[in-house]
Design a protein around this ligand. Structure first.
Ligand code: GAR
Length: 204
């Protein structure tokens, strides 16, 4: 007797899932927004959270969402390529730096060309570079008497804050603003735009 031919039925739309990793060290409010944004996404999955702080808030968030985590130290990050092996094992295709302050090592930049993005809390190229992070940026903006500031989302290369700019959004700096006021306004802009810009980059 002949075996009946089996027909392979493919769904009309096959979703390819893109795995991303988020590197975060601070309060991780941006990481949380990104995780929430992609939580039910059929096409993007936060596959790994990487942090250089054992007690980072982002680890609690990861636990809540059941997302795997990886803690790194400088020796592992700069003197081995173990993290690259882990990223490959998790099929990570895209890396998001959300409040992660260590310079990216060459092996990661080369393994993920134009596939690592960072968010910076000012309008680059102003107020960028080594040591320019978090409140230091907002203090510098205030001291310089700027009347506007904003956010920059950019690709990451081996230099601090120098990769190609993908997106910027602006907000005013009011005369009576303290650096904390500026920080709050900028963070709001980050939450508003970062997840959607990542989504656009992943579907481009
Ligand atoms: C964000 O404002 C981000 O732009 C900044 O750290 C903050 C992290 O906040 N990054 C830098 O300054 C990088 N140079 P979060 O931990 O609440 O997401």
């Amino acid at each position: 007797m002949k075996t009946p031919l089996r027909t392979l039925v493919l769904p009309s739309t096959v979703h390819r899932v893109i795995n991303i990793a988020i590197f975060a060290s601070g309060t991780a409010s941006n990481a949380q927004k990104i995780i929430e944004h992609f939580d039910k996404s059929p096409s993007v999955r936060v596959a790994l959270i990487v942090s250089n702080k054992k007690n980072a808030g982002v680890l609690d968030i990861a636990r809540e969402y059941g997302t795997p985590t990886q803690i790194i130290d400088r020796q592992m990050f700069y003197e081995t390529e173990d993290l690259l092996d882990i990223l490959i094992k998790q099929n990570v295709e895209f890396i998001v730096l959300a409040g992660f302050l260590w310079l990216m090592p060459t092996y990661l930049v080369q393994a993920f060309p134009k596939k690592i993005v960072n968010i910076h809390p000012a309008l680059l190229p102003k107020f960028g570079g080594k040591g320019m992070y978090g409140k230091h940026v907002h203090e510098a903006v205030k001291s310089a008497g700027e009347t506007e500031t904003g956010i920059t989302i950019h690709f990451v290369n081996e230099h601090y804050d120098e990769g190609d700019i993908v997106f910027q959004a602006r907000c005013p700096v009011l005369p009576d603003d303290t650096p904390d006021d500026i920080a709050r306004r900028v963070l709001q802009l980050e939450h508003q735009h970062f997840p959607t810009i990542i989504a656009q980059l992943l579907t481009a």
